[in-house]
Structures are given as structure tokens and as C-alpha cells.
Design a protein around this ligand. Structure first.
Ligand SMILES: CCC1=C(C)/C(=C/C2=NC(=C\c3[nH]c(/C=C4\NC(=O)[C@H](C)[C@H]4CC)c(C)c3CCC(=O)O)/C(CCC(=O)O)=C2C)NC1=O
Length: 169
């Protein structure tokens, strides 16, 4: 699992080089955004259960067929599995935000996920929609916690969306 620092060191070490201007700039930006990333993590931790619940409710409101007979989240067990997945996405997005690097998402969340979903008939489009709904709710919470620019919060959610949506050719 890598974070912003270890991944930078890895890159420069492979080349046997000292940090150059680019490296210093990205280190600067990592440390400058540190407080905001930690504030975001704190806001998410405090509100995680509510964020998951609200994201699920909004998703099922937008796509009610998911929880009707024949829908993938129909039955209590599958409804709960869906919300549990949303909770995974939120928790790992928080780790990625703190790490300043998306590698944890590849290693712990996305590897083999599309195949699992396809084999269980879990629809990718609605899952992606759920992740995007959650992103918006998280950004509201982070803004409410006093973080002025919440743009950086997009990255892990957009990353998961992109990786999940990508089609094998
Ligand atoms: C930490 C990394 C990690 C992830 C991401 C993960 C996902 C994951 N979601 C699963 C199932 C599932 N995932 C969903 C999710 C949904 N169905 C919908 O209609 C919605 C669109 C969506 C919720 C947004 C459902 C309903 C199941 C159960 C499917 C079934 O068993 O028929 C399964 C199959 C095994 C199980 O049921 O536990 C896995 C592995 N597991 C992991 O360990």
C-alpha cells in the first residue's frame, strides 16, 4: 500500500535520483493540504453511518427498481449487502484521502470487484451512481466542518467510479 510520500520515494529511488523541483512541489502540496485532508477524515468518521444511510436512501429513491422484486438490492440480505458495500467505499475513500494516493483503492477495493459484481449480477451503473451520490453528501459534510475548498474530496470517489466503469476490450 502506498501513500503520497512512499510513492514519490519509490519513483525517485528506482531512478537513483534526488528529489527535483517537481518532487518538491508535490511534497509541498501534500503537506499544505494535510490539515484539510485530516479535517475531511474527521468529518467523515463522525458522520459515516449517516452518510451511508442517506446515500442509500437517495440511490433507492432515484432507482426504486433496485429494491423491487427482481432488483439486485431486493430482499433484506441484499439491501444490507448493498449498504455494506457503500460503507466500504466510504471507509476506503477516507484512507485514500488521508494517504493522498489512490493505491489503497486498487489493492483493497477494486481488484477483482467488477468480476465479482458481474458474476452476482450487481449492476455497475447504479453502483457508480451510488458512489457519486455519496461523494456529494461527503462534500457537504466536509464543507460543513469548515473546509473551504472540498475539490480534493472528489478524487477517490471519481477514481472508484472510473475504475469500476472501465470496460475490458
Ligand atoms: C472492501 C472491499 C470489498 C468490496 C467492495 C466488496 C464487495 C462485494 N459486494 C458483494 C455483494 C453485493 N453487493 C451488492 C450491492 C449492490 N446491489 C445493488 O443493486 C446496488 C447497486 C449495490 C449497492 C450500491 C449486493 C446486493 C450484493 C449481494 C449480491 C448477492 O449475493 O446476490 C460481494 C459478494 C460477497 C458478499 O455478498 O459479501 C462482494 C465481495 N467486498 C469487499 O471485501
Amino acid at each position: 500500500m502506498r501513500d503520497a510520500i512512499t510513492s514519490l520515494i519509490g519513483t525517485y529511488d528506482v531512478a537513483g535520483r534526488y528529489f527535483d523541483r517537481n518532487a518538491i512541489d508535490s511534497l509541498k502540496s501534500y503537506f499544505e493540504t494535510g490539515t484539510a485532508r485530516i479535517q475531511a477524515a474527521a468529518a467523515i468518521n463522525t458522520n459515516a453511518a449517516v452518510i451511508v444511510k442517506r446515500s442509500g436512501s437517495k440511490l433507492f429513491e432515484d432507482l426504486p427498481e433496485l429494491i423491487r422484486p427482481g432488483g439486485n438490492a431486493y430482499t433484506t440480505r441484499r439491501y444490507a449487502a448493498c449498504l455494506r458495500d457503500m460503507d466500504y467505499y466510504l471507509r476506503y475513500a477516507t484512507y485514500a484521502l488521508v494517504a493522498g494516493n489512490m493505491n489503497v483503492l486498487d489493492e483493497r477495493v477494486l481488484q477483482g470487484l467488477r468480476e465479482t459484481y458481474n458474476s452476482l449480477g450487481v449492476p455497475i451503473g447504479p453502483t457508480v451512481q451510488g458512489i457519486q451520490i455519496m461523494k456529494d453528501i461527503v462534500k457537504q459534510e466536509v464543507a460543513a466542518a469548515g473546509v473551504a475548498d472540498t475539490t480534493f474530496v472528489d478524487e477517490p470517489f471519481d477514481y472508484m467510479t472510473r475504475e469500476l466503469s472501465e470496460q475490458d476490450i
